[in-house]
Design a protein around this ligand. Structure first.
Ligand SMILES: *Cc1c(COP(=O)(O)O)cnc(C)c1O
Length: 372
């Protein structure tokens, strides 16, 4: 096997994207400054229309971030104290915090190891008379099995919410994330596949009443100025971030395709028998927000890669039920073995638009030269 190379590869870099879109981003900033209008204006309207069209959803409502998008959906659906919401046991904590913020109880369902997404075959056993919704997370950039999830939801009268924060542009049976359930939450955190230059998020849905209620809830519960029908919050997409997002959206498919090309090179080049590569499920077009591998001796692999100058990350090192914030659930070690297994073995390799071929090869060589 080849020797580890000295070329250093960061876990993520925005520089190639920023260099390429520099002129577009500056023009967006100038336009907003010229308009002298910063909240709820034409930039918001234009981006919301463009992103709804992109996702294949009838409506898009901007908001402050991905966590708020989830909370606003749950509240708009009337989900709150006394209700249960099914969530995957392995996800970013925001999915579960949203349920807590709404006042409802999260109920964890374990994933499929092959895709890291919620296992539809385990959902029915978690349904109780209090269950109101299922949050399907499209983890790492691959859609959950939405046909099976929607069928279970229909049989039990449940709502389906997509947490699409990692899946901008991902498709399931030819349809894009954001159009696959009753409503979807997106984050435009800078590191996401479509990222703002700060915090931002949105909700997509085909339901006009839900869209209207989400918009009101995110704007002090107001349907028109100084008229408040709900005890809402302040979570809006500002004009500047909307303008930046509108400048980046036309490049999303091309940048996702580049991520898929890098993932293809990783999958073809990595030949370390200790490393489990990600798989694309039938009907899914993965957008590789994260390129997640698993390795029994994950920490040794990580140390080796870092020593070779390769940046890595873990998504996520502690499962949610083992976090102090969720101590109240009383879920000890072994309570959710698949979530714990993924937390203990997952390692994320560098993945970003603009990685050079030499950098991709350096990652492959470093993984293959690990003797652990
Ligand atoms: C990033 C993320 C969120 C939260 O988005 P923010 O904009 O950071 O609030 C929610 N769910 C998942 C799966 C995420 O990756």
């Amino acid at each position: 096997m080849s020797q580890p190379t000295k070329l250093s590869v960061p876990f993520v870099s925005f520089r190639p994207m920023e260099k390429e879109l520099d002129g577009d981003l500056r023009a967006a900033f100038d336009r907003v400054l010229q308009n002298s209008w910063y909240i709820e204006g034409r930039e918001d309207e234009a981006f919301e229309a463009a992103f709804a069209r992109y996702c294949g959803a009838a409506h898009c409502v901007g908001c402050g971030n991905g966590l708020d998008a989830l909370v606003l959906i749950l509240k708009a659906m009337g989900i709150g104290p006394g209700d249960e919401v099914i969530v995957p046991s392995n996800t970013f904590i925001a999915t579960v915090l949203a349920v807590s913020y709404a006042g409802a109880a999260p109920v964890f369902v374990e994933p499929l190891l092959a895709t890291y997404n919620i296992d539809p075959a385990r959902i029915e056993a978690a349904v109780t008379p209090r269950t109101k919704a299922i949050i399907a997370v499209h983890l790492y950039g691959q859609c959950a099995q939405m046909d099976a999830i929607n069928a279970i939801a229909k049989a039990h009268g449940l709502k389906v919410i997509e947490d699409a924060a990692q899946a901008h542009g991902a498709t399931f049976q030819g349809r894009r994330a954001g159009s696959l359930g009753d409503a979807a939450a997106f984050s435009f955190y800078p590191g996401k596949n479509l990222g703002a230059l700060g915090d931002a998020g949105c909700v997509t849905t085909n339901d006009p009443d839900l869209a209207q209620k989400v918009r009101a809830l995110g704007n002090y519960g107001s349907d028109y100025k100084y008229h408040h029908i709900y005890k809402g919050q302040n979570s809006r997409l500002d004009e500047l971030q909307a303008a930046f997002l509108a400048a980046k959206l036309p490049h999303l498919d091309r940048m996702n395709a580049e991520r898929r090309r890098i993932a293809g090179r990783y999958c073809a080049g990595i030949r370390n028998p200790a490393v489990v590569l990600p798989t694309a499920a039938p009907g899914c077009e993965h957008v590789y927000h994260i390129f997640a591998v698993r390795c029994a001796r994950r920490d040794a692999l990580e140390a080796h890669l870092n020593a070779c100058g390769i940046g890595t990350n873990k998504h996520y090192p502690t499962p949610i039920h083992r976090q102090g914030a969720y101590r109240e659930l009383g879920l000890g070690p072994g309570a959710l073995p698949l979530a714990e297994e993924i937390s203990a073995t997952e390692l994320s390799l560098p993945m970003y638009y603009g990685m050079t071929d030499a950098q991709v090869q350096a990652v492959i060589d470093a993984v293959n030269s690990c003797k652990e």
